[in-house]
Ligand binder design. Structure first.
Ligand SMILES: [Zn+2]
Length: 448
């Protein structure tokens, strides 16, 4: 078996969108009866929505995170998920939480049919990213209620892989059990994979089984598109397969995944979700064309419990491929370049923290570690009038008396390439704190 869903994964993309439009018409047509959120939101739209072609989706307004939050605040005893709840509570079988990295978490419901759809979509994604039935998979997310908790576990089992849910154990136990259970694959944040790449060899105890780890799927944060980060993880873990994945807890927590061609992440949720790329300022549709950038917007093709239509993900993507891939798949490929919530503004110029890190790591040509910290004065700070303070670590082998010159050289590169002024401090190896689960590129001065 080469594909999870051969027909939809290899059909030309415009034909996939035509098929999706056919799915959308009845789903959207009935939504106003089911959902108070969309009854309100579409108050001024005609009774007949007339969604015939995929492009017709563009006539519907976007749904923002704030609208979902407001709808959720209208919770009542009979509707615990608020105005976005589109089925009676007796039909709910599960509630999941978006991770809440920005603001309070949002909760989404699933009916049995929703669990089935979500499981299929995530399984499709993990299959594209290389998971097979003979894999023994370590699942390292500790909290089942998170979108990356039970839904991911369901998807691994759906593929037929052996699920080892090690998340929640102390790290030393996770490392020990991974060897003992002959784990062949794991899914982790890029930060955890980097941490593991530093600890894995040393964690082999007396008489412990040799590593059988061969596949690592990363997700949850950008960073894997940097060759230095990839090399570090591949070398540290001696693995053959390293793939990037991405999703959105509000919709489906695993929708994008890299294939063996390593040319960006494919969209793998086409059976259940429609995806659009839009200009984040004007909201206009941006065609899937190599080199294009925009914000990802998602619409469920069918969702019973808490459906979302044209949901603004706040994830910004660069299209890395829009033609048929070498693997035979036809869905667009992207890399994630950042989130709206992380965007900084230096004297009117928008810049993603990841863009600063990418220039530093790339132009240091191996002299800097990918662990980089960008400092804000407060959690709310977005605008900078003075140079943005950045800390980075030199790798061992770079003499301390060369740090200052390296810093000045890279400050000039960032200024030339991004029109942004930074004040870079190059620090000795190991100076920056490492988080096991997620390393934020952004940190607040004086915060714990
Ligand atoms: Zn491919």
């Amino acid at each position: 078996m080469l594909y999870w869903n051969e027909e939809l994964e290899t059909l030309p993309w415009d034909a996939v969108e035509r098929w999706q439009a056919g799915q959308l018409a009845p789903f959207l047509g009935a939504l106003r009866q089911r959902s108070a959120l969309y009854r309100d939101q579409w108050r001024d739209l005609p009774a007949e929505l007339a969604i015939e072609r995929f492009e017709d989706l563009g006539r519907l307004p976007f749904t923002t995170k704030q609208a979902v939050r407001d709808a959720q605040d209208r919770a009542a005893d009979e509707m615990p998920l608020g105005a976005g709840q589109a089925v009676p509570t007796r039909d709910l079988v599960q509630v999941i939480s978006s991770s809440g990295t920005t603001g309070a978490p949002l909760y989404y419901g699933l009916t049995a049919a929703d669990v089935d759809r979500m499981g299929d979509a995530i399984a499709n994604n993990f299959f594209t990213a290389g998971i097979r039935p003979d894999d023994v998979v370590a699942h390292l997310v500790g909290l089942p209620m998170l979108a990356g908790g039970l839904p991911y576990a369901d998807a691994f089992r759906r593929i037929g892989a052996a699920l080892c849910w090690l998340g929640g154990f102390p790290t030393d136990r996770i490392l020990r059990e991974m060897r003992r259970l002959r784990v062949t694959a794991l899914l982790a944040t890029t930060s955890f994979a980097l941490y593991l790449s530093e600890e894995w060899a040393a964690s082999a105890g007396e008489g412990s089984a040799p590593s059988r780890l061969a596949k690592v799927l990363c997700g949850g944060e950008p960073g894997l598109d940097q060759p230095e980060v990839r090399r570090k993880i591949e070398d540290g873990l001696s693995i053959t397969t390293l793939r990037d994945t991405m999703g959105l807890g509000d919709m489906i927590p695993g929708m994008w995944g890299e294939c063996e061609a390593h040319s960006g992440m494919h969209f793998n949720a086409q059976k259940h979700v429609a995806v659009e790329l839009v200009d984040p300022d004007s909201g206009a549709r941006v065609p899937w064309r190599e080199g294009a950038t925009g914000e990802l917007v998602y619409t469920a093709l069918a969702r019973d419990a808490t459906p979302l239509v044209r949901y603004r993900s706040r994830d910004h993507a660069l299209v890395t491929g829009a033609e048929r891939c070498a693997c035979g798949r036809t869905s667009p490929r992207i890399r994630c370049i950042g989130r709206t919530d992380d965007m900084l503004i230096y004297r009117g110029m928008n810049v993603f923290p990841t863009a600063i890190r990418d220039v530093l790591v790339k132009d240091s040509q191996g002299r800097l570690d990918p662990a980089v910290r960008i400092w804000k004065e407060s959690a709310q700070q977005v605008r900078f009038e003075e140079a943005i303070q950045v800390d980075a670590e030199a790798v061992s082998g770079v003499p301390a008396d060369a740090y200052a010159a390296l810093a000045r050289e890279l400050e000039a590169q960032v200024r030339a390439q991004l029109q942004v002024r930074i004040a870079l401090s190059v620090l000795p190896p190991g100076s920056l704190p490492r988080s096991v689960y997620k390393n934020s590129l952004l940190a607040v001065r004086g915060a714990p």
